[in-house]
Design a protein around this ligand. Sequence first.
Ligand SMILES: [Zn+2]
Length: 252
Amino acid sequence: MQEKIKLYLVGFLATILVVFILFVVFSNLFPNSTFLNQTALVLKINPKTYSSEKSCPKPIKGKVFDDYFLANVSPKLSVPFDYVPDDLIKIEKSIKTSGFICLRKDTEENLYNMFMDGKKDGLILSVTSGFRRFEVQESILKATKAWKGDEAYKSVALPGHSEHQLGVAVDLSGKSVNYASTVYAFGNVPEGKWLVENSYKYGFILSYPKGKESITGYIYEPWHFRYVGVSFAKELFDSEKTIVEYLAEKKL
Ligand SMILES: [Zn+2]
């Protein structure tokens, strides 16, 4: 009987070893695999702050904030750590999302119109991230830092410094990239190209364009769009400036 238990134990350990070896081999074969990166990130993010929310958060009772709709958040500028917009709503059911995502009301409505018009042009878009509270941003930064070291600061904002905390920023994806989150390929597929040309009509702009890294402080992010309102987005699109420069000039 004891021999049998020993045999089971050896078999069990051998299976774990084989799975581990396969994982290491797979990781090395595909070092930039989105699947592995996303899996690693999701595993490291505290699920309590990321996936357990069932309704959109509200500001703490009695707490009144300034209007941060056009806040010039950047690596240098931030909003209060406990800032939560007071009009967050869940993204419309017919929009494809990765999990539970909230946005400010105007942002959500214009996003919906943009997605519907994209659909008329044969494009299926999706949202992989929207509003993120301070603690979630903290978790994402921590996880990315564990994985990428200080390089993390070039793609993930410090808590309080993220456009995502404003409830007006979205990370977008589409069918052509299999709805993968935050992938560079998105800039080269029809959905990503369409957004660059058309998103301003719905009040959205690409926050971190290619070649502007030294101005924005972040690497090129073809997936990250921010809602600034239709007229402001048109001004910004025509100016060919980044939102960081434009808001600084306007002193908004
Ligand atoms: Zn983003």
